[in-house]
Design a protein around this ligand. Structure first.
Ligand code: ASP
Ligand code: MG
Length: 461
């Protein structure tokens, strides 16, 4: 049995979803589908929360927008009159509940993390229900199993939960695995699980990939397939470098590193549950389902140049805290990191020297993090600087620290392109090396690295 994940990119509207349903009908029976919300729906649900906080007048418009979008999709996908009526009724039930949540927020002028999660999961509930109805309308045996029914148990952390695999595995094998039959298609809404007290908790934005991995490990499936509207993991971002190539095989470590900086192929935590269980992930292109795609597997072959991909993220800023004798001053690092965490900000990375502590944070968080640091009294540092016009570049390939000449090749290429490197981190992982460059030099950097590692070499495998 396989677990197949379909994301919002493949569920843009009726016609794109129809392509997926054809594919699922032809190749998906006997498997479990973990689905995201339809494209853009989670954004609407989340911005509806802010709008409801500002004024209750917004609520009707948000609900109507969601109703229109989903009704259009139901109309397109569900032919059988009976199934259509049933789906539209269920849609109204879900929208009715949602409307009450929004009014609750509006009256109390408060959106708790608990309420935010209850609202955010509506998109997945609607998409799973509609896709199951569309399948039934094609005469295919189908059903929806909600994460709370299947027993996906989390640590209870709202908006950033982690699945507890021991109870989840026990529950899923009993309540989900056994429902799978040869000709049936089961749909499970992605994105969330429930705490041991039954609270709905999401895995963070983009978390349906992680849900699918949890289900895969939970039912001990043979394979996790991620269906995308792209060919798979690439040697660079195709938007910048049209001549980049597909990476046919990656290790879990490489995939995790690429998910972190790369072009949004996978949610960064997706590999955790399947790596533990030793189950492969196959990334498949729905527009070319027989193509090879990318396979994430323990035994992935090494590339000739070790490096498999050059990736980057612009969503980074650096805070430099200049202080003397960093390594000799007890507590200074924790003082600074605590000031940032106390603002609710996630620190992506920390690099220190004897005279400077550098913190990497998301661009959106940079000013708040910097304010937090400047509020520390008495001031334990000489000067602090915040730079937002930077980008984080990474080269990824397992074994790079153990292979001679990789760093030299990388930095020679970058320096020949006249790019100044701001900070280097070899990181804890043996699969990636990171460095920061000025945002304006990003394109030149990526091109130079790609030329250095790929243009002179044969295809990856
Ligand atoms: N629908 C959720 C989001 O947009 C989860 C996901 O798509 O993976 O974040
Ligand atoms: Mg996604």
């Amino acid at each position: 049995m396989k677990i197949i994940k379909i994301g919002g990119g493949c569920l843009k509207d009726g016609p794109t979803a129809n392509i997926i349903l054809d594919l699922a009908a032809a190749r998906g029976k006997g498997n479990i589908f973990v689905v995201s919300a339809f494209f853009g729906i989670t954004d609407i649900l989340v911005s509806g929360i802010e709008a409801a906080l500002a004024s209750e007048d917004s609520i009707e418009g948000v609900i109507q927008d969601l109703r229109n979008r989903h009704q259009t999709i139901v109309d397109y996908l569900v032919d059988s009159v009976e199934e259509k009526d049933r789906a539209l009724q269920k849609l109204e039930d879900l929208l009715g509940k949602l409307e009450r949540y929004y009014f609750g927020i509006s009256f109390t002028r408060e959106a708790t993390p608990r309420m935010r999660d209850m609202i955010a999961v509506s998109g997945e509930r609607m998409s799973a229900m509609i896709l199951a109805a569309a399948m039934a309308s094609r005469g295919i045996d189908s059903g929806v199993v909600l994460p709370e029914e299947a027993g996906i148990i989390t640590d209870g952390k709202f908006m950033d939960a982690t699945a507890l695999m021991a109870p989840t595995r026990e529950n899923l094998s009993l309540r989900l695995g056994r429902q799978v039959t040869e000709n049936k298609i089961l749909f499970v809404p992605g994105f969330y699980g429930v705490s041991d007290t039954g609270e709905i908790t999401t895995f963070g934005r983009g978390g349906s990939d992680y849900s699918a991995a949890v289900v895969t490990a939970g039912v001990d499936a043979d394979l996790l397939e991620i269906w995308k509207d792209t060919p798979g993991f690439m040697t660079a971002d195709p938007d910048n470098l049209p001549d980049c190539r597909l990476i046919p095989e990656l290790t879990y470590e490489e995939a995790a590193e690429l998910a972190y900086t790369g072009a949004g192929i996978l949610h960064p935590r997706t590999v955790e549950p399947v790596r533990q269980a030793g189950i492969d992930i196959a990334v498949k292109n729905t527009y070319d389902p027989d193509a090879r795609g990318s396979r994430i597997t323990r035994r992935a072959r090494q590339a000739d140049t070790i490096i498999k991909s050059v990736s980057y993220t612009r969503d980074v800023a650096i805070l430099k805290i200049h202080a003397s004798g960093v390594g000799a001053r007890q507590g200074i690092l924790s003082l600074i990191t605590r000031a940032v965490s106390d603002k609710g900000i996630n620190i992506k990375s920390v690099v220190t020297s004897q005279t400077c502590i550098s913190l990497l944070v998301s661009k959106n968080d940079a000013q708040t993090a910097h304010a937090g640091i400047r509020e520390i009294h008495p001031r334990p540092f000489r000067e602090s600087v915040c730079r937002t016009r930077v980008a984080l570049v990474s080269i990824v390939g397992e074994g790079l620290h153990h292979s001679r000449g990789i760093a030299a090749r990388c930095f020679t290429a970058v320096s020949n392109a006249d790019v100044n490197i701001e900070m280097i981190s070899f990181g804890a992982s043996d699969a990636a090396m990171y460095f920061l460059v000025d945002e304006d030099s990003l394109d030149a950097t990526i091109q130079a690295l790609h030329d250095a590692f790929f243009n002179s070499s044969p295809p990856l495998l």
